[in-house]
Ligand binder design. Sequence first.
Ligand code: NAG
Ligand code: NAG
Ligand code: NAG
Length: 259
Amino acid sequence: PRPLLPLLSLAGLKGSVGPKGAMGNKGDMGTPGDPGLNGHKGDQGEQGVCNCTDGEHGSDGSPGEMGPKGEKGDTGARGVEGPIGPKGDEGMMGHMGPPGPCSPTIRSAFSASINESFPKQNEPVPFPDVFYNLQGNFDPIMGIYTAPINGTYVFSFNLAVYQRPLRVGLFHNFYPVVKSTDSAQQSTVSQTIVLHLTSMDKVWLQVKDGTTNGMYSSYESSSTFSGYLLYPDSCGMPMLRDLGESNKGEKGVYSWNGP
Ligand SMILES: *[C@@H]1O[C@H](CO)[C@@H](O)[C@H](O)[C@H]1NC(C)=O
Ligand SMILES: *[C@@H]1O[C@H](CO)[C@@H](O)[C@H](O)[C@H]1NC(C)=O
Ligand SMILES: *[C@@H]1O[C@H](CO)[C@@H](O)[C@H](O)[C@H]1NC(C)=O
């Protein structure tokens, strides 16, 4: 603080500026300054090289690139059969097949023998002892077979000949188709013939006359007449009404040579 001057003394004029003083002594060393800020981060150094061979086991490397596709291998052995799969869907309906073979329900057969020797002339020979005549197409008393249907038929006869000659014919609709002759010696006469008949056609056996009717029957000799439908012309069934009427033979007088 500025010193208090006595109020009585008058103040002189202000003196001129004195000479420059000698340079003062060097001052004491100052106190250390505050630490500076951190410097910038330096550049990354070069990567080091290491030819180490005895280092610790390193971690697994990354997988390499995929190699080229290898050659096709051999076919393997057949595997075990798998389980049965589920049932498939039902297929579409196929085309209609060709017609099947004819299986007709019509049948006809007979077999019978005479029970009296030396049958009458000019009429069919009766064969009263019937072995088989299930369909009834043969009239054993009249001795006439009536065809039930158009078709192919087989007829046969095996006749014992004794005491008189036998001259016999197989008649088809009033005319002899085949004729057989044998002498009076003990023998047999036989024929087998295939005929095509139309429905209602009639077939029978007939002897020529009263001297050549040596057809014989005894306990030890049978004379038989047989026939059957081999096969019909078609699978069609005959009309039953016609069949019923056709089974009745007609008693008539028939000449050896036909009407
Ligand atoms: C590493 O090995 C190579 C080849 O053997 C050699 O040239 C190189 O000088 C070696 N480097 C160091 C750092 O040992
Ligand atoms: C042969 O059969 C017919 C018809 O059944 C019969 O009338 C006749 O008496 C029989 N004849 C003999 C010898 O048995
Ligand atoms: C049987 O044959 C006759 C003569 O050939 C013919 O007129 C008739 O139509 C035939 N019947 C059948 C059912 O074929």
